[in-house]
Ligand binder design. Structure first.
Ligand SMILES: Cc1cc2nc3c(=O)[nH]c(=O)nc-3n(C[C@H](O)[C@H](O)[C@H](O)COP(=O)(O)OP(=O)(O)OC[C@H]3O[C@@H](n4cnc5c(N)ncnc54)[C@H](O)[C@@H]3O)c2cc1C
Length: 290
């Protein structure tokens, strides 16, 4: 399959990319790793007349530790997240999620910014973004602004990026010391995208759960934060009774057309994820089950 003809421009700086985008926002698209955009163009589901390649802009690449958070360039690939010592030290949940995306070719080319801007509700990374309270850094006609990732997705494949806006980076708060993380995914047998993707981090205070954040992707119309489940878990011992009672709670905030399969899938994956967290905690002597 061939794409419709398009003009290719390679930006050397963020300012140049923003200017080109602003010059003709209706006809221009940012090209990052191309692993979502190019398949759409080859299927002629997208026909942008102008592609602005941001792949040579050094300022958009890499992971930096800055005080209490990580700064991640939007053009950082999944594989760079998996290999990053900063991610490993301060936000391992990111690497756990990134390493489940597609295959090695997809992880070498696909970028975190491309994934978030493409806004596929079945992508993996949104669950971790929600659990980690990610903030987006956006460069646009009015200058630089930041906004929480929670709320960035308006509808499937639609974000609140304005005309001329480019996502330049992410700010991810470092996890508290001793936090345990799990990313658990049920891949679709054909596509490998998550039927459900659960990103959870949890701390313990003595034998009880301290803080806990849960992001869910894949199963509903949009990814969501399971706050009822989080509230239920805080202060409890993570034993079999808690895990059983917690299972059905993650669906409370899902916007979805419920069916028995989805409800069961989510419940079972919540229970499995919590069991894994219980084992991680037990290995450190933090869980009453140990
Ligand atoms: C075979 C295959 C398997 C895959 N499996 C999975 C999977 O298991 N899980 C999963 O989550 N994903 C999967 N993907 C999707 C993959 O993660 C994509 O790489 C990702 O969705 C898009 O990132 P990209 O860098 O390739 O973006 P591109 O395709 O270049 O861009 C995607 C969209 O975002 C816009 N955009 C990109 N960067 C910016 C920016 N900085 N600012 C503003 N707009 C921007 C583009 O204009 C475009 O509209 C798979 C893809 C393939 C081809």
């Amino acid at each position: 399959m061939y794409t419709a003809p398009f003009e290719y421009r390679r930006a050397d700086t963020v300012d140049q990319a923003v200017k080109w985008l602003q010059d003709d926002p209706d006809n221009s698209k940012i090209l990052a790793g191309g692993h979502s955009l190019l398949p759409l163009m080859k299927l002629v589901l997208a026909q942008p007349p102008v592609l602005i390649d941001i792949g040579r802009i050094q300022a958009l690449k890499g992971v930096r530790s800055e005080g209490d958070h990580l700064e991640i360039g939007s053009y950082t690939t999944y594989q760079e997240l998996v290999k990053s010592p900063e991610v490993d030290a301060f936000c391992p949940l990111l690497a756990l999620s990134a390493k489940t995306v597609g295959d090695v070719q997809v992880r070498n080319r696909g970028t975190i910014g491309g994934s978030l801007c493409h806004a596929d509700p079945q992508a993996d990374m949104p669950a971790a973004m929600l659990a980690l309270d990610a903030t987006l850094v956006i460069e646009g006609p009015q200058g630089t602004r930041t906004e929480p990732y929670d709320g960035f997705l308006m509808a499937p494949f639609i974000t609140n990026l304005g005309a001329g806006d480019i996502l330049t980076g992410l700010r991810i708060p470092k996890l508290p010391q001793g936090a345990h993380c799990v990313y658990l995914k049920r891949p679709h047998p054909a596509s490998g995208y998550p039927l459900v993707g659960l990103a959870i981090w949890m701390t313990f205070e003595g034998q009880r759960i301290g803080n806990c954040h849960v992001g869910v992707s894949g199963i509903a119309d949009l990814p969501f934060r399971a706050r009822h489940l989080e509230d239920f878990l805080k202060g409890r011992v993570l034993d079999d009774k808690t895990i059983k009672e917690a299972g059905p709670l993650a669906g409370d905030e899902a916007s979805w057309e419920k069916d028995e399969y989805k409800e069961n899938l989510l419940k079972v994956y919540v229970m499995r994820a919590l069991s894994q967290l219980g084992e991680l905690a037990a290995a450190k002597g933090q869980n009453a089950k140990s």
